[in-house]
Design a binder for this molecule. Sequence first.
Ligand code: FAS
Ligand code: PHB
Length: 392
Amino acid sequence: MRTNVGIVGAGPAGLLLSHLLARAGIDSVVLEARSREYVENRIRAGVLEHPVAQLLADSGVGARMQREGLPHEGVVLRADGVDHRIDFAALTGKHVMVYSQHKVVQDLIAARLAAGGQIVFEAEDVAVHDVETDAPVVTYRHEGQARRLDCAIIAGADGFHGICREAIPAAHRQSFHREYPFGWLGILAEAPPASEELVYASHDRGFALLSMRSPTVSRLYLQCAPDEDLEAWSDARIWDELHLRLGRDGFTLREGPIVQKGITPMRSFVVQPMQRGRLFLLGDAAHIVPPTGAKGLNLAVADVAVLSGALERHFRRGESAGLEAYGATCLRRVWQAQRFSWWMTSLLHRFPAHTPFEREVQRAELAHVFASRAMSTALAEAYVGLPLVMPG
Ligand code: FAS
Ligand code: PHB
């Protein structure tokens, strides 16, 4: 099989890239290790930045998001039981869209298949070859047969645990890491959210987040040990801890059946460069942020916006400047999101190694955000989303 762009991974990055390329008349093939059922039901992110929601709508895959998504004009930071609202609309004129990542994936798969797009699910032993030549190849097995995809470009959208990043020789790539001394235990519950907006709670017992998926489905998280044993957390224990951390006078967290629970490790990661020859990394294959700033999915979309534009100019006009500058262009926004995600995480979580002095400095930083329009505006600007393609 031959195509212009071989895309490894059918997460939001790979699927949106395939969708945008198709709209530009550029063909691609997406190779996905998992089943369609699996990728369409993997519960992950829930907040779309303003420019991301706009891109989905403008590119024709936003209809269900606009019907079912929840526009949010602010978030609440709760510190020691006292609420402080960050008013996105007043501070930035923008809002975010609460809409589950798995629905974005479903919408993109439906759009690709309706347009005759090629997505190979359950592709096994995917491997990339000859990325430093002008004829790179992806090999894989499907339905027991060895297969080969000849491409002009390979897009590595295979997530943090994928194989594409390793195709850049270790001697030619630099990784930046930060592991956090905690994780998030997340639940999806059939319980009406107890707040109309997200609540980020900083508490002596640890961080907690109240989010939602609909007026009847809550998405909640609590800070836990990085190696937490999920089996040690009964539903009752989870709810008890959420009540303690999210509690304040006049606020009643509503319980309900927990339909999904899991633990997400917290890390910051960036690999540079994000490209080698005809291989371009995007999304979690190139960077990971702690979910405190709701940036992971949104950063993946920003990479797609940069790469799809550069590929369109390459295939239509033979231009290579955009591709040559791809990684540098993305990294300007990646590092802004890394900083914001690290800052929100540092601001709101309990760090076991913190001294009482550091805990008081944390409280003072939060108080400064609440008291300063400038600080609140900086938080709001980062949360609603910077421009998808940041100028040099
Ligand atoms: P993805 O990981 O989504 O997709 C990569 C795809 O590549 C997967 O479908 C995988 O099966 C496939 N793949 C992997 N190896 C392959 C191979 N060898 N061959 C073929 N296919 C291969 N972000 C937020 O903003 N908020 C959150 O609350 C949040 N929660 C998260 C919870 C978890 C458990 C995880 C892991 C991530 C979470 N994230 C969150 C971040 C997440 O949303 C990512 O940023 C987003 O999925 C990035 O999209 P992709 O880059 O497409 O990577
Ligand atoms: C979610 O709804 O899953 C969510 C929202 C905000 C975050 C992280 C996760 O910062």
